[in-house]
Write a protein that binds this ligand. Structure first.
Ligand code: NDP
Ligand code: 8X3
Length: 259
C-alpha cells in the first residue's frame, strides 16, 4: 500500500521541538515532503538529517521567527520549486511565558505570546492561503489548546491567545467555505514537551513536576491525530478536537493518583 502522504508538501511551524517535531517525523514516515519552520537552526538541521536517513524525506528548512512577517515573506519567495506546492499547513509554533496573576505579568511575556501565538499564526496563514486557494485544495491545522476553551488560574494572557486561535479557526472555517480547503482546530490538554520549560523560563525542575503522577500526552499522540485528520476523505472535515490525557478532566483537575 502507498504511503498516506506520498509526495504531499506540508509546512509545519515550530518543528524544532515537541508536537511540531513529532508531526514532522510522522508525516515523513508517511511520505510527505516537508517545509519546516522554527528559530533554532541547529535543531532543524539535525531533524532534517534524521528524516533523510530514516525515510529519505525531502526537507526544506526555514529558520525564521514567525513574529517577523518581512523575513517570512523573503523566505517564502525563496522556497525551492520542488516545495512550493504546499498542501498542508500545521500552525503549531507557539508558547506560554509565565504563570502569574494578570497584575504581576510581564509586558515582554505578554507581547511574546500575543505576537507568536496570534500574529505569527496569521502571518504564516497569509502566506500559505494563496497557494491553497489557487489550486482550491489543502488543509490548515491550527494547534490551539484546552486553554482556549476555559481560562485557568494564572493562565490569563496565554489562555487569551488560545481563545484567539480558536476564534481564528472558526473564522477560517467560515471564510474558506465554498472551497475544498479544510480547517481543523486541535485543542490538546497536557502534552509533555518543552512547553513548561519555556513557560517557566528554563526552570527544568518546575517544568518536570507538571507531568509527574499521571501519563501525559506525547507529541506523537498529537501528531497521529493530525495525520488522521489530514488523511480523511476530501468530503470529511474534522472542525475541532479536544484531546486530553485520560487523567485530565479540565485544565485544573488532573488526577495525580500516586503523588
Ligand atoms: P515546545 O516548546 O516543545 O515547541 C514549541 C515550538 O514552537 C518550538 O519548535 C519552537 O521553536 C516554536 N516557536 C516558538 N516560538 C516561535 C517563534 N517566535 N517563531 C518560530 N517558532 C517558534 O512546545 P509544544 O510542542 O508543546 O507546543 C506546540 C504548540 O502546542 C504550541 O502552540 C502550544 O501552545 C500548543 N499546546 C501545547 C500543549 C502542551 O501541553 N505542551 C497543550 C496545548 C497546546 P524555536 O524555539 O526553535 O523557534
Ligand atoms: C498548554 C496546556 O493546560 O498548560 O496549552 O495550558 S496548559
Amino acid at each position: 500500500m502507498g504511503k498516506k502522504l506520498e509526495g504531499v508538501v506540508a509546512l509545519i511551524t515550530g518543528a524544532s521541538s515537541g508536537i511540531g517535531e513529532a508531526t514532522a517525523r510522522v508525516f515523513a514516515e508517511n511520505g510527505a515532503k516537508l517545509v519546516l519552520v522554527a528559530r533554532r537552526y541547529e535543531r532543524l538541521k539535525l531533524l532534517k538529517e534524521k528524516l533523510i536517513e530514516l525515510y529519505n524525506t525531502q526537507v526544506h528548512l526555514i529558520c525564521a521567527d514567525v513574529r517577523n512577517y518581512k523575513h517570512l515573506e523573503e523566505e517564502f519567495s525563496n522556497i525551492p520549486e520542488d516545495f512550493k506546492d504546499i498542501s498542508i499547513l500545521i500552525n503549531n509554533a507557539g508558547l506560554a511565558r509565565g504563570l502569574e496573576k494578570i497584575y504581576e505579568g510581564k509586558i515582554q511575556d505578554w507581547e511574546e505570546m500575543i505576537d507568536t501565538n496570534i500574529k505569527g499564526l496569521l502571518y504564516v496563514t497569509k502566506l500559505v492561503a494563496p497557494i491553497l486557494l489557487q489550486k482550491n485544495s489543502g488543509h490548515i491545522v491550527n494547534i490551539a489548546s484546552l486553554a482556549g476553551r476555559a481560562v485557568y488560574p494564572n493562565g490569563n494572557v496565554y489562555c487569551a491567545t488560545k481563545f484567539a486561535v480558536k476564534a481564528l479557526s472558526e473564522a477560517m472555517i467560515i471564510d474558506f467555505n465554498g472551497t475544498n480547503i479544510r480547517i481543523t482546530n486541535i485543542d490538546p490538554g497536557l502534552v509533555e514537551t518543552e512547553f513548561s520549560e519555556v513557560r517557566f523560563h528554563g526552570d527544568k525542575e518546575r517544568a518536570k513536576k507538571v507531568y509527574l503522577g499521571y501519563q501525559p500526552l506525547t507529541g506523537d499522540d498529537i501528531a497521529n491525530i493530525i495525520l488522521f485528520c489530514v488523511t480523511l476523505p476530501q468530503h470529511i472535515m474534522i472542525q475541532d478536537i479536544l484531546v486530553t490525557p485520560t487523567a485530565q478532566a479540565t485544565a485544573t483537575i488532573v488526577s495525580k493518583n500516586f503523588q
